[in-house]
Write a protein that binds this ligand. Structure first.
Ligand code: 5GP
Length: 141
């Protein structure tokens, strides 16, 4: 059975898409730790992040870097933090979270409740900040 994230990639479940190329998909976490909290996933269904191939991890990290740059421009922060947990959804993903302090990375923190309009606005804001290099080639340059 497809994972919930594969169903998102296939458009069978809606998501607030931030960016996409042939291999990877970025979308807002539905229970965000902060405005701009984004998930980056490979389209290929793999549960454990470290079971991805070396090439996939390299390319995924470059894709995540572009997304993180967009998040930082859209939501000014000290740094964008990155975390890999994967205890809830068995489809490898990188969390990207804009940080004002170390505490913003605590996954036990209460999650933000945002309206669909707010999610849409956040996703668009990030997309607009990375749109300049959305062509697939630039992800692997
Ligand atoms: P983890 O597996 O890294 O512990 O957490 C999975 C993350 O995926 C959680 O932060 C959770 O909010 C997010 N998540 C779970 N299901 C969905 C979903 O259907 N849509 C979106 N956008 N995020 C989800």
């Amino acid at each position: 059975m497809a994972t919930i994230f594969s169903m998102i990639v296939a458009g069978e479940i809606p998501s607030y898409k931030v960016a996409e190329n042939e291999q990877f998909y970025a979308f807002l976490d539905i229970n965000p730790l902060a405005k701009g909290h984004t998930l980056v996933i490979p389209k290929r269904e793999v549960d454990y992040f470290f079971d991805l191939t070396d090439e996939e991890i390299g390319a995924m990290q470059i894709f995540a870097k572009k997304v993180a740059e967009g998040i930082k421009r859209a939501f000014p922060c000290i740094k964008v933090g990155q975390a890999v947990l994967g205890l809830e959804v068995p489809h490898a993903h990188i969390h990207l979270v804009p940080m004002q302090s170390e505490k913003d990375m605590l996954f036990t923190n209460p999650k933000l409740k945002l309206t669909p309009e707010e999610f849409k606005e956040i996703a668009e804001k990030i997309t607009n900040e990375i749109a300049y290099d959305l062509t697939p080639k630039s992800w692997t340059d």
